[in-house]
Design a protein around this ligand. Structure first.
Ligand code: SP5
Ligand code: ZN
Length: 351
C-alpha cells in the first residue's frame, strides 16, 4: 500500500496540555510520526511520498466536512492569538472558557469579539494546543487523507494517510483531543464523491471517535462504528455510549462498542468481529479505518492491554472485510512502540 506522509507535521508541536490542574508535556508529539516512518524504512509496505493534491481541491474536500465559520477561525487562529498580545508568539493557545452547548440557552450563533472566547466556542478540551504551525500541519494531514482516498479511486486496494495531528475527535465545528481537521471523515467523504455509494468508518483508536460520529450522525450513506474505552470513565466522556445509534435518516447507521477500561485482546477482538459484521450488513464498498495504536498495553494515557504481537491479526481481520481501505493515523502515545505496532497491523492487513 502507498503511504502518504505529511511534510508539515512537525510544525505542529504543542508544549503542554492541561491535566488534573497542571500543565504536563504534550502526549501528541512529532516523534510519534518519526517512529512510524523509521519502521516503514525497515519494513516497507510500498511507496512512501508526500501527498500531491492541489490547493483548491484540498480546500473543497475539507469544506465538505467542516463548517465555514470554523475553518475561517482555524485558518487565522494563530494570527488572532498573536494579535491579542505580541508575547503570545512564545506560547501555545489553549482554551479556558466554553459555552455549554445545547444547554441553558447558551448561544453559539454569536461570534464573540474576544479571541479566548472564540477558541472556547470551537473546542471541547484544554489538551489540544494550537501553535504557529498547527493550521499548515492540519491541512497537510487532510491532504494525506485526500490523496489516500484518491489512490483507492485509482484502483489501489489500500492506502495509509500517515498524518499528524490526528483527526477523529475533530467535528464539523470543533477541535479537541489533539485533533483539528477530521482526516478520516475527509477520506470517507472523498470516497463517497469518487462513486462509492456506501462507505464505512471503523474506528479502532482507544478513544471514541466523537468528531467522526458527529459529522455523519444524520447520514445513511456513511456508517460509523467505534470500539473504545467506555465513556462513562474514559475520554472523551460525553459521547460514545452504546445507545447512540444515529438520528434522522442516519438512525441505525452509527455503532458504538464501548469496552471497560482494562479490556484485553480477547474482548477487543470480539468487538472487532461485531463491528466487521455490521460493516458487511451495511453493504459498504469502501472502508476507512481511523488507526489509533493507543489500545496498546504500554500506552501512557489509555486502558486496554493489546500487545505488540496482537496487531498483525487485527490487520488480517480488517482485511477480511475485503474492502478497499484507507487508514488514517490517529492516537498511540507509547512513542517507542507506536511504529512497530502500526506496521505490524498494516503488514497483517496486506498479507
Ligand atoms: C487522538 C487521540 O488519541 N486523542 C486522545 C486525547 C486524550 N486527551 C486526554 C488525555 C487525558 C490523559 N489522562 C491520563 C494521564 C495519565 N498520566
Ligand atoms: Zn486515542
Amino acid at each position: 500500500m502507498k503511504t502518504f506522509h505529511n511534510p508539515h507535521h512537525a510544525g505542529h508541536a504543542g508544549q503542554q496540555e492541561m491535566f488534573r490542574g497542571r500543565m504536563v508535556p504534550c502526549h501528541e508529539v512529532p516523534a510519534r510520526l518519526d517512529f512510524v516512518l523509521a519502521e516503514l524504512e525497515r519494513r516497507p509496505l510500498g511507496p512512501l511520498a508526500p501527498p500531491t493534491v492541489d490547493d483548491s481541491d484540498l480546500g473543497a474536500a475539507i469544506a465538505r466536512v467542516h463548517d465555514p465559520r470554523y475553518l475561517a477561525f482555524l485558518a487565522t487562529a494563530w494570527d488572532q492569538w498573536v494579535a491579542m498580545d505580541a508575547a503570545n508568539a512564545q506560547r501555545d493557545a489553549l482554551p479556558s472558557v466554553w459555552p455549554l452547548a445545547n444547554r441553558h440557552g447558551f448561544r453559539n450563533d454569536v461570534l464573540p469579539r474576544n479571541f479566548a472566547a472564540r477558541l472556547g466556542l470551537f473546542s471541547f478540551d484544554s489538551g489540544s494546543p494550537l501553535t504557529a504551525g498547527t493550521w499548515a500541519a492540519a491541512r497537510g494531514g487532510a491532504a494525506c487523507a485526500l490523496a489516500a482516498a484518491r489512490a483507492l479511486a485509482n484502483g489501489d486496494r489500500s492506502a495509509f494517510a500517515l498524518s499528524r495531528p490526528p483527526g477523529h475527535h475533530a467535528g464539523p465545528d470543533f477541535l479537541g483531543g489533539y485533533c483539528f481537521l477530521n482526516n478520516a471523515a475527509i477520506a470517507a467523504q472523498a470516497l463517497r464523491e469518487a462513486g462509492h455509494g456506501k462507505v464505512a468508518v471503523l474506528d479502532v483508536d482507544y478513544h471514541h471517535g466523537n468528531g467522526t460520529q458527529t459529522i455523519f450522525y444524520e447520514r445513511a450513506d456513511v456508517f460509523t462504528a467505534s470500539i473504545h474505552g467506555d465513556p462513562a470513565t474514559e475520554y472523551p466522556f460525553f459521547l460514545g455510549h452504546a445507545d447512540e445509534r444515529g438520528a434522522g435518516a442516519g438512525l441505525g447507521f452509527n455503532l458504538n462498542l464501548p469496552l471497560p477500561r482494562g479490556s484485553g485482546v480477547k474482548v477487543w477482538r470480539a468487538a472487532l468481529d461485531t463491528a466487521l459484521q455490521a460493516v458487511r450488513d451495511f453493504g459498504a464498498s469502501a472502508l476507512v479505518v481511523p488507526l489509533g495504536l493507543d489500545t496498546f498495553e504500554g500506552d501512557p494515557i489509555s486502558g486496554f492491554t493489546l500487545k505488540t504481537g496482537d496487531y498483525a491479526a487485527v490487520g488480517a481481520a480488517l482485511a477480511s472485510a475485503g474492502l478497499p481501505t484507507v487508514f488514517t493515523f490517529e492516537g498511540g502515545y507509547a512513542v517507542d512502540e507506536v511504529g512497530t505496532n502500526a506496521v505490524n497491523l498494516l503488514e497483517g492487513f496486506q498479507k
